[in-house]
Design a binder for this molecule. Structure first.
Ligand SMILES: NC(=O)C1=CN([C@@H]2O[C@H](COP(=O)(O)OP(=O)(O)OC[C@H]3O[C@@H](n4cnc5c(N)ncnc54)[C@H](OP(=O)(O)O)[C@@H]3O)[C@@H](O)[C@H]2O)[C@@H](O)CC1
Ligand SMILES: Nc1ncnc2c1ncn2[C@@H]1O[C@H](COP(=O)(O)OP(=O)(O)O)[C@@H](O)[C@H]1O
Ligand SMILES: [K+]
Length: 511
């Protein structure tokens, strides 16, 4: 699913009005009625106090439509107009008149701090102050109102976006932004919903299809995509009945050091669980018994050294090599990575200490085969591309790095991002139970396995991250967040793969 910018959404809005021969007021009625339906389905007539804060633009107009439907359905509603300017939009004004026609409780206009109502923890607040039209930080008494709403701890539902967030740029530090419990967003999720600095403002997210013109949206050139089940399914390469293990790739996992052999064990397990035909490990001698006992399905080649990797086995033939987990950054291990990179002309996967070695030895970066995959967590990423000012600056730095070295970079996190030159793929599976040692090692194994099976590296990365997160979700369902171990994520990859074929009646657009 494309993630559209505020500008692209406004264009889609205008194009829809033209093509469907409707007025913008009718489009607002359609969008806001969907919001009302969602609220009505959940509240089912409950008499809790609903306080709707409406701006004076079209986001405010949406709020007025929602208010009208709620009042007509007998809800206990108070409407506040947050009068931050005198430039009321036409559709706001039209809906203001319509609201006045159906109730004697006219909206209360807020023009200054003294006008703020009391907001109680038991209220249901609807935030329709600003949407995609926000073009500068919220200031003055409006900022104070936002703080007041946040401070109240009342359940807050944001219409289209939590007010104060920009759809596609970073917010200034300490900006006033609504901390929503739930966001009902129109047509396309906004990129900020998935970035670490802003995702917490959104709460639970639901995207409503408001029927913007499909053909026009299809034509929009977006380089940012949210990966859901449909996209994952479209990337999957089916296994043939008439096949054998030689058809599913020979992978080599190189890494580990004394005390960190578990990392390569996890990566290799994940590779085999993701469908690899033949899996070998290249490890220091101290890991030999551990791997042969812990993973009898794998083959082991040992380094001459007992505790660390010091060289690379030049004669070993593998379809894809993964290097780095648990390897350390000793002088001789740097040499081992250099030997590997000088030898390889096919994409490799570099993780953990492999990335730390690259950060400390920049001359190795130019040896990376085209379309190699790097999988840093935020700490490793900072060492690789330098510090960033905010999430959008980080995206620019990584895009630049990806283009310069012709590699694919994963930015790991709650919503991991795959960056392939200018393209950004946002993952939407996974949960906090995955914040546990070794889960990154598992991810490298999944990606390596898929590359070995013939997936294009970028597809292997995008699908691998999706499956890794889904497997984490399956594991959390079985064990609870706290109970999940990285090994469980590896074990459940097969179940995750099966799940993308399941037809789910309640499946929402974004899962
Ligand atoms: N596109 C769609 O798909 C559909 C969109 N719909 C709805 O419309 C919403 C967008 O509406 P919108 O364009 O009227 O903008 P909105 O967010 O209400 O802001 C209003 C005005 O506020 C101003 N302003 C900005 N920042 C400010 C600040 N910090 N402090 C003070 N003022 C500030 C700025 O005007 P300015 O003062 O800069 O001239 C801006 O124009 C969208 O989110 C969705 O809810 C649906 O109804 C139908 C389908
Ligand atoms: N809160 C979270 N939600 C979703 N995924 C998460 C969360 N926390 C961690 N993960 C995932 O778990 C993995 C952690 O990787 P990493 O930090 O490299 O762990 P390790 O170094 O211990 O293997 C990443 O793929 C990341 O996206
Ligand atoms: K809003």
């Amino acid at each position: 699913m494309k993630i559209l910018s505020a500008e692209q959404l406004s264009e889609a809005d205008k194009e829809t009005i033209k093509k469907q021969n409707i007025s913008s007021e009718e489009l607002m009625e359609r969008a806001a009625t969907l919001v009302f339906n969602e609220i009505n389905n959940r509240l089912r007539g409950a008499p809790i106090p609903i306080k709707i804060f409406c701006g004076i633009g079209n986001n405010g107009g949406d709020g007025l439509v929602v208010a009208r439907h709620l009042i007509q359905h007998g809800y206990n509603v108070t409407v506040y107009v947050v009068n931050y300017s005198d430039k009321r939009s036409e559709d706001f004004l039209a809906n203001y008149e319509k609201l006045k026609e159906i109730t004697n409780n006219w909206p209360q206009v807020i023009k200054k701090e003294d006008d703020f109502p009391e907001i109680n923890i038991g209220d249901f607040v609807i935030d329709a102050i600003f949407g995609i039209g926000l073009n500068r930080p919220i200031e003055g008494w409006v900022a104070k109102l936002v703080e007041e709403i946040n401070h109240s701890k009342a359940f807050t539902l944001a219409v289209d976006m939590p007010s104060g967030l920009f759809a596609d740029k970073a917010s200034e530090k300490n900006s006033a932004i609504i901390e929503a419990n739930y966001t009902l967003s129109f047509q396309s999720p906004k990129l900020v919903f998935f970035l670490p600095e802003t995702m917490d403002y959104v709460g639970d997210l639901q995207v409503l299809d408001i029927g913007l013109d499909r053909e026009f949206i299809g034509r929009i050139k977006s380089k940012t995509f949210l990966i859901g089940k449909q996209q994952a399914l479209s990337l999957y390469l089916p296994r043939k009945k008439n096949s054998h293990k030689g058809d599913y790739g020979s992978v080599l996992i190189a890494g580990g050091s004394y005390g960190k052999i578990g990392s390569v064990l996890l990566t290799a397990t994940a590779a085999l669980r993701s469908g690899t035909g033949l899996c070998s490990l290249y490890i220091p001698k101290c890991g030999y018994n551990i791997i042969q006992t812990g993973l009898p399905e794998a083959m082991v080649v040992t380094d001459p050294d007992h505790e660390i990797l010091t060289t690379y086995p030049k004669d070993f033939k593998a379809d894809v090599v993964c290097f780095g987990m648990g390897a350390g950054t000793s002088f001789n291990t740097v040499k081992a990575l250099k030997e590997l990179l000088e030898l390889m002309d096919k994409p490799v996967v570099i993780d953990a200490d492999g990335l730390n070695i690259l950060s400390e030895n920049n001359d190795l970066l130019k040896l990376l085969p085209e379309n190699s995959v790097l999988t840093p967590h935020p700490g490793e990423l900072k060492r690789l591309v330098g510090a960033w000012k905010d999430d959008f600056h980080k995206l620019d730095l990584v895009k630049e790095f990806s283009s310069k070295y012709k590699v694919i970079v994963v930015i790991k996190g709650a919503h991991s991002l795959t960056i392939d030159r200018d393209n950004v793929y946002v993952n939407n599976t996974g949960n906090p139970g995955m914040a546990t040692a070794g889960s990154g090692d598992v991810l490298s194994g999944v990606i390596t396995s898929l590359i070995g099976q013939g997936y294009e590296p970028v597809n292997a990365t995008v699908l691998g991250i999706y499956l890794h997160g889904l497997s984490g979700d399956i594991s959390a369902e079985e064990l609870g967040y706290e109970g999940v171990l990285a090994g469980d994520i590896a074990k459940n990859i097969g179940k995750a793969l099966s799940k993308i074929f399941e037809k789910d009646a309640t499946e929402s657009d974004i899962n």
